[in-house]
Structures are given as structure tokens and as C-alpha cells.
Design a binder for this molecule. Structure first.
Ligand SMILES: Nc1ncnc2c1ncn2[C@@H]1O[C@H](COP(=O)(O)OP(=O)(O)OP(=O)(O)O)[C@@H](O)[C@H]1O
Length: 799
């Protein structure tokens, strides 16, 4: 009930009393005390019935009070009391006007006592103390009173409107069709809280809640009508704001009964506000009679705010809706709960996205501009061993500890180049520190204005693929020799027999085709494997030295021969002697060698005593030995002695099918040797390696892989890691492609990328836009944002 200060009416001839909804007196003026014949001090807080019973003149009104309480809207009862036959009391009129609250029920009343000769004055004074607009009309619906609040709301003064038909003043939206007074006349009852728009004097539309009731005297005769109206612009604005909010919002009273329900709440739940208002919210949403089981109940009980509580509510159709709820209690100045408000956001879409992401076999995570993980799907959890809860909120390098984290970050690269990075092979560490090979794709996340808001990276577990590849390659190995070429496969089949035989072997093949490897394999598979394996590179030593190297010498055999020296034949006694580059030995030595092969004896330099030689000879050359024989440079008898078993190793270009296996083999070998986290080469790299022509054969391939190990930071070797004559190395693919430093934010990287592109394009904006694939506007915004300027142009103030 609006506060009143009736003392300001003390000088008036009329008396006033205001009461609350229980008819207890809340204020009064002196005149009222005079009329009632009581002391003002005692009257406050007392039930007005007590006062009226004490005065016979007013006792008749007592029976009217209860019915008035139950009536909705503003009601008025008037009692005319004739002049008493005795005493000095004058004839007065008593009028009770009830004041309705928001729900139409009485929240208080004004009781006025006035001289019958001035009934209107009495009404006016009473009415002017009400915050709601009130006007009365007679039977012709002409205005008979118009209170100050009505004047304030409409802009009309009472003198303007008295005697005029009410509809000519208000031009209300309900004047013609659903006039509240007309309805009240028709139904002979009060009409409460009818929504309408009226026009102000200025012609502005004002939203109001209207209540109308007949004015009756004690004999129940209708003496006119009273209409109250409340300006609800503020409420309506609040409602409109609430309805414009995308989240569902509803409020409850202390018992959990819904008191408001916004448009989003209707849309999300399927319930109309009118269907749920007044109902217990938990019954509506949770099919549970207990309001305490929900976040709002807890928030009201514990008088605290609850934020982002994830749960499900039941929609009108009975299906559960995933929501995140925030709830807060309404507390009064004494910390008593007056009700509560709950906002809820429909998470269906988010959950669907999560479900979609979780059903993807690839790991997916997103980061914000500071590399903080913002989402992490199920596969990411499985591959890394990190749970979503633990990963989200951490810096991505902390979670992945990848071989490219920092300077070679794929998201940074894609941000820098403006192109998505795809199928980059790297290794990451699982939560428990195990290395795992993954293939990643990365791209920046860009908003509709072209601002980078983060990045997304997908990664696929390659462990299975790798172990399959390894199993495949194992099938083709003979000890250390890798090949699946048909020629080599045939060789593998007979190699054990060759190894076991005591025959001399001649291995022919271009440089780097694996001749020494085969020799070593034969030795290891032979019965002489416990004996020595001695290698002599016949092409690397001068003729004289070669002879003494092979056969040894006696002290004094030549000037520098101070003491006896054991030759390689002696060293290889009981074992195998591998004579590499046999095509390069001088003719003089060819004779001596032939003798050893024929007689199994030799004489060291400076000695005439033959030494027995139990040595198996495996010889090899990359020269065309038959041709040398034909040219007379190599003895044919020696050739035939050496060539008992002949092995020809085809050049790598004739067995390119071996390249992937050999590459795999060398990657494993160097990974172990160099302790570097490289697991293989990308498919594009293999394709390039298979297109290359290897003059140095397998040794050259081995060297290429060793080179790539220097450049490749980890994971899979890319084309860019190959030597220049094999792969095209772009500036983008260099090991420190952009001069990135660990700890740079996306903003730093973007700034640097734009600056470098401007530099590359001589600060020509069109060219820069084209290179970065951004609009001119975006470039201009970013140049301003990052404060970039052309160093060759003087800045303001430098001129
Ligand atoms: N089939 C193969 N599988 C695995 N590694 C091989 C194979 N063939 C050659 N290699 C490797 O290639 C490199 C060169 O091989 P090797 O030295 O045996 O060739 P070579 O024919 O004796 O060369 P050169 O004629 O120059 O002496 C070695 O490191 C060897 O281990």
C-alpha cells in the first residue's frame, strides 16, 4: 500500500484513516480522531472494527469489511449517516475504498469521513493519497473524480476531465470492445488487472493495468464506478528485457511457486507462462514435489547464488532438456527469503556438438588465444590419457609435450600462413609420459570479423599404423638386409647355403648397393662365424702397402720394416677375409692372390717360408670385372677363382619397391642411435624419395635420412626435411620457419605474420591482403590494432 501522510490534511474538514490488508490502522488525521471521538495515540495498529463497534454510528460498516477483503480490484462502499437527533455531531458520509495489489487482491484501504455536503471533496482527498491513478464515473460514464496520480500519469488535470466521457479522455485500447467498467457493469462484479494502453494528453501511449468496480452504497445500489489504473511502463520494460534474454528466466515466491516466466523459458520448456504461473517450479520441471531438490531450492534454502549447475529439466513434452542453471535468492533487508530467480541455458546444442565430437575417432581440442585448452573430446582423452576436466584450462603444450610444441606449433604455422596444416606427423607424450605418434591437422578459429579467437587441432593415433608397417617390413628382412625385390628375395633363399659353403664369393654391384653388408651377413651365417672377419679395402691403399697389408712382412724386408708384421691373411686365419674393391688391385698382387687361392699358402714380404692360409675369401667390386678381364686389366684365372659363387646386387633404381622398407629401417636405426623422436616419413616424402634417382644407391638413401634427422624436430620426416636436391624446401618449412619463440601468444604470432607479409610486399596493402587472404578492412584494422608502420616512412613527429 502506498505510504500516506495524512497529517498534511489536518487542517481539512474531512477525516481519513488508512488501513492495511488486515484492516489494522496504519495512519490517520486529526479530524478522523475528532469524528471518531478517540485519542490518536491509541488508534495506530488497532483493528478498525474495534473503533467502529465503539461508535454506534459506524457499527453498520463492520459487516461490510470482510466481503470487501475478498473482492478483487478497487471497491468502494459508502455509508451516509444522518445527523444525530442529539449532540453536536453533524451528518457525515463514511466511504471505504479498497486498494488492490498486483494480483488484484486488497492490500489496504482508505476510509474517509466527510461532511455529506462535500462528498466529492472527501473522495478526492482520499484518492489523492493513492499512488495509482483513480477516477470515478457516473451512470453515463462521465468522469466525476480524477485523482492526482491519474493526473500525473495521463497529463490531464482534473478540471480538464470532469464531466467528460471517460473514453474521450483515455482513448484506451479497451474502451470500445472490452471496457473494464462496462464489463464490471455487465457482470456486476469487480474486474481486476486488465492490461490496456491509454493515451496521455500528449497523445503518447501508456501501458496500464486497469481494475474497475461499481461504487455501491450500503443498500447495494450502484452509485457510479471507480476505475484504478497503474502505469506499468517499467514492469513492461522489465518483461521486455527478460523476454529479449536468450536464457530462460523464471522467478518464484518463497514457497517455490512460479511468479514470472520469460519468453525463452517458454521456448525452451514448451510451457506457456500462463500454464505454469502459480505452480511449484520443481513440479513443473523436475516431476518432483520437492522444491529443495533443485538448484533454486538449494540457493533459497542456503541463501547463496549457484552458478552454472549442469542438470536436466523436463519439458512439457516429457523429454529431458540438458540445461546449465544459475539461481539466486531474493533477500529482504532482514535477509529473509522473498523468493528466487533461476536462469537456465539450453545445452542441447552444445551437448549435441560434444556428442558429435565424442563420437569422432580423432582427438579434437580447441585452444583460446593464449593456448589454453577450451575443449577436449573423448578420443583426445583416450589417446593422451588426460581427462577432459584436467586438460581443459591447461596450456596445450603442458598437456601434449609434443615434438613440435613451441617454435613449430602447427596452429601457429597455420595462423601464420593462413592455410590449414594437414596430416603433419608428430609425437606427443601421454599423461604417463609414453611417446605416441600422431598425425595432426590444425587451423585457427576465426570469428565473423576475421579476428583469431583461438585454434583447433585434430590428431589421429598412428601407433597401430606404425606397428603394422613394422610387421610388414619385418617379413622382408634377412638379418640386417632389407629388401622385397624379387632379385633380392631369390638371393635370400640361397644365402644360407652360400654362407654354409666354403666357396669363395664374388659380390658385384654399384657403390652403396650393400656389398659389404652381404659379405658380413654371409660370414655371420657361415660355419666360420666364430673365426675373425677381416675387411681390406683394396682400392684405398697404394700397391706396395697393400701387399704388406695383406701378407705381412719380416723385419728387415724393407728399410722401415723394423720388426715382423702380421698381414690380413694371418689375421683372418680360420675366418673370412673380405676383399673390397678387388677390381682395384694391381696386377702384381693379382698373381700372389691367385697363388693363395690355389695353394692356400702365401709368403710374407722378406720371407721365403710359405705360410698356410685357412681363410675364406669374399671379394667385392663396383667395377665391371668381366670387362676388366676382357681388357686384360684383371687376370681371368683370378676372376674365375674368385667367382665361384657370384652375387649381383641390383642398383636401388631397379628395386624402388625397397625404398619404403629401407627408409623405415634407417629411421629406426637413427632414432635408436640419435635418441630422436622420429617415427617415420610422411607419405609425400616417401613418394618423393621413390622418384629420386640414387647414384650412391642405398648409402645415399641412408645419408639422406640421416640429413633429414638433423632437420626434423620430431614425428614424421617431411619433404622439407630432405636435402634441397631431393625435396623443395620452402621458407615455410625451415626448422625455425617464422622466427617463432616459445611462449608467443597468437596475438604475437599474428602481429609478426602481418608485419613480415607487409615487409615482403614492400608495404603494398593489396598484395599483403592477397597473400594473407584477408580483406582490406581487416588488414587496416589489424595494422592499427598492432600499431604497425613502415620503417622506411617517417612517423609523425619524425619529419
Ligand atoms: N639391403 C640393405 N638393407 C639395409 N641396409 C643396407 C642394404 N644395403 C645396403 N645397406 C646399407 O647401405 C650402406 C652401404 O652399404 P655397403 O657399404 O654394404 O655398400 P657397398 O656396396 O659395400 O658400398 P661400396 O661399394 O661403396 O663399398 C650400409 O650402411 C649398409 O648397411
Amino acid at each position: 500500500m502506498p505510504e500516506t501522510d495524512l497529517n498534511s490534511f489536518d487542517d481539512l474538514e474531512s477525516g481519513y484513516v488508512t488501513v492495511d490488508s488486515n484492516w489494522c490502522i496504519t495512519s490517520f488525521n486529526r479530524k478522523a480522531c475528532d469524528i471518531l471521538g478517540i485519542d490518536g495515540k491509541d488508534i495506530l495498529g488497532r483493528h478498525c472494527r474495534e473503533i467502529f463497534y465503539n461508535d454506534k454510528r459506524f457499527s453498520a460498516i463492520c459487516s461490510q469489511l470482510e466481503p470487501l477483503t475478498r473482492k478483487k480490484g478497487s471497491n468502494s462502499v459508502q455509508l451516509n449517516l444522518g445527523s444525530p437527533t442529539t449532540g453536536k455531531k453533524s451528518a457525515i458520509s463514511l466511504r471505504v475504498i479498497t486498494l488492490p495489489g498486483q494480483n488484484g487482491m486488497m492490500v489496504g484501504a482508505i476510509i474517509s469521513f466527510a461532511d455529506l455536503s462535500e462528498p466529492l471533496a472527501a473522495s478526492r482527498l482520499a484518492l489523492n493519497s493513492i499512488a495509482e491513478g483513480v477516477f470515478t464515473v457516473d451512470h453515463t460514464r462521465r468522469i466525476t473524480s480524477f485523482n492526482s496520480a491519474a493526473e500525473k500519469i495521463t497529463g490531464w488535470s482534473e478540471t480538464d476531465v470532469i464531466g467528460k466521457p471517460c473514453k474521450s479522455i483515455f482513448h484506451s485500447s479497451i474502451c470500445h470492445s472490452t471496457c473494464a467498467i462496462a464489463e464490471s457493469i455487465l457482470k456486476k462484479t469487480a474486474i481486476a488487472d486488465r492490461m490496456a494502453y491509454i493515451l496521455s494528453k500528449e497523445g503518447h501511449s501508456i501501458p496500464v493495468k486497469v481494475s474497475a468496480a461499481p461504487l455501491v452504497d450500503l443498500s447495494d445500489r450502484i452509485v457510479g464506478w471507480v476505475e484504478t489504473f497503474r502505469d506499468i511502463t517499467d514492469t513492461l520494460q522489465h518483461e521486455m528485457i527478460l523476454d529479449a534474454v536468450a536464457d530462460g528466466v523464471f522467478t518464484v515466491d518463497p514457497e517455490g511457486r512460479i511468479t514470472s516466466f520469460n519468453a525463452a523459458a517458454e521456448r525452451i520448456t514448451g510451457w506457456k507462462g500462463s500454464e505454469v504461473l502459480g505452480k511449484i517450479c520443481s513440479v513443473v520441471f523436475f516431476s518432483s514435489p520437492s522444491v529443495t531438490s533443485c538448484a533454486l531450492g538449494v540457493s533459497m534454502r542456503e541463501k547463496r547464488t549457484i552458478v552454472d549447475y549442469e542438470t536436466f529439466i523436463i519439458g512439457k513434452d516429457g523429454f529431458s532438456i540438458p540445461v546449465s542453471i544459475s539461481a539466486a535468492p531474493f533477500l529482504d533487508h532482514r535477509n529473509e527469503v522473498l523468493g528466487g530467480v533461476e536462469t537456465f541455458r539450453d545445452n542441447t546444442f552444445r551437448l549435441q556438438n560434444e556428442l558429435i565430437l565424442d563420437s569422432v575417432a580423432d582427438g579434437v581440442f580447441t585452444v583460446d588465444r593464449n593456448w589454453t585448452i577450451t575443449s577436449f573430446n573423448l578420443a583426445a582423452e583416450l589417446i593422451t590419457g588426460w581427462s577432459r576436466e584436467n586438460a581443459v584450462g591447461r596450456n596445450c603444450s603442458e598437456v601434449f609435450q609434443s615434438s613440435i610444441c613451441g617454435r613449430n606449433c602447427a596452429i601457429a604455422e597455420s595462423l601464420y600462413t593462413g592455410k590449414a596444416v594437414s596430416n603433419r606427423s608428430i609425437t606427443i607424450k601421454t599423461r604417463i609420459g609414453l611417446s605416441r605418434s600422431v598425425s595432426i591437422s590444425a587451423a585457427p578459429l576465426v570469428d565473423h570479423e576475421g579476428n583469431v579467437v583461438g585454434g583447433v587441432e585434430t590428431f589421429r593415433d598412428l601407433s597401430v599404423e606404425i606397428s603394422l608397417r613394422q610387421q610388414l617390413s619385418r617379413r622382408y628382412t634377412f638379418e640386417q638386409i632389407i629388401s622385397k625385390s624379387p632379385a633380392m628375395q631369390r638371393l635370400f633363399e640361397i644365402m644360407p647355403d652360400i654362407a654354409r659353403s666354403e666357396s669363395n664369393v664374388l659380390i658385384l654391384g654399384e657403390s652403396g648397393t650393400g656389398k659389404e653388408l652381404i659379405a658380413s651377413a654371409l660370414y655371420h651365417a657361415s660355419n666360420r662365424k666364430d673365426g675373425p672377419f677381416i675387411t681390406v679395402n683394396c682400392g684405398a691403399l697404394p700397391d706396395t702397402l697393400l701387399e704388406s697389408e695383406l701378407f705381412g712382412y719380416k723385419a728387415g724386408a724393407f728399410t722401415d720394416a723394423k720388426k715382423d708384421k702380421v698381414g690380413r691373411f694371418a689375421a683372418a686365419e680360420g675366418g673370412t677375409l673380405f676383399l673390397d674393391e678387388i677390381g682395384d688391385i694391381p696386377q702384381s698382387l693379382q698373381v700372389k692372390l691367385l697363388r693363395v687361392l690355389q695353394q692356400k699358402t702365401y709368403e710374407p714380404l722378406g720371407s721365403n717360408t710359405p705360410v698356410k692360409a685357412d681363410v675364406r675369401i669374399i671379394a667385392a667390386t663396383n667395377r665391371d670385372l668381366p670387362q676388366l678381364v676382357r681388357e686384360g686389366q684383371f687376370r681371368d684365372d683370378l676372376y674365375y677363382r674368385l667367382n665361384v659363387v657370384n652375387i649381383f646386387l641390383p642398383p636401388l633404381r631397379e628395386r624402388i619397391e625397397d625404398i619404403p622398407l629401407l627408409v623405415e629401417h634407417f629411421v629406426k636405426k637413427f632414432s635408436a642411435e640419435k635418441g630422436k623422436d622420429i617415427v617415420g616419413v610422411s607419405d609425400q616424402t616417401i613418394a618423393r624419395l621413390m622418384r629420386y634417382s640414387y647414384h650412391g644407391n642405398i648409402r645415399e638413401l641412408e645419408n639422406i635420412i640421416e640429413y633429414a634427422f638433423i632437420l626434423c624436430p620430431g614425428g614424421y620426416i617431411q619433404e622439407s626435411h630432405l636435402p634441397e636436391h631431393i625435396g623443395t624446401r620452402t621458407s615455410m618449412d625451415t626448422p625455425e620457419p617464422f622466427g617463432l619463440k616459445a611462449g608467443m601468444t597468437m596475438e604475437d604470432i599474428e602481429r609478426q605474420a602481418i608485419y613480415q607479409s607487409l615487409e615482403r610486399n614492400q608495404w603494398k596493402r593489396m598484395l599483403t591482403c592477397r597473400e594473407l587472404q584477408i580483406s582490406k578492412d581487416t588488414l587496416r584494422r589489424k595494422i592499427e590494432h598492432y600499431g604497425l608502420h613502415n620503417p622506411s616512412e617517417p612517423q609523425e613527429g619524425e619529419k
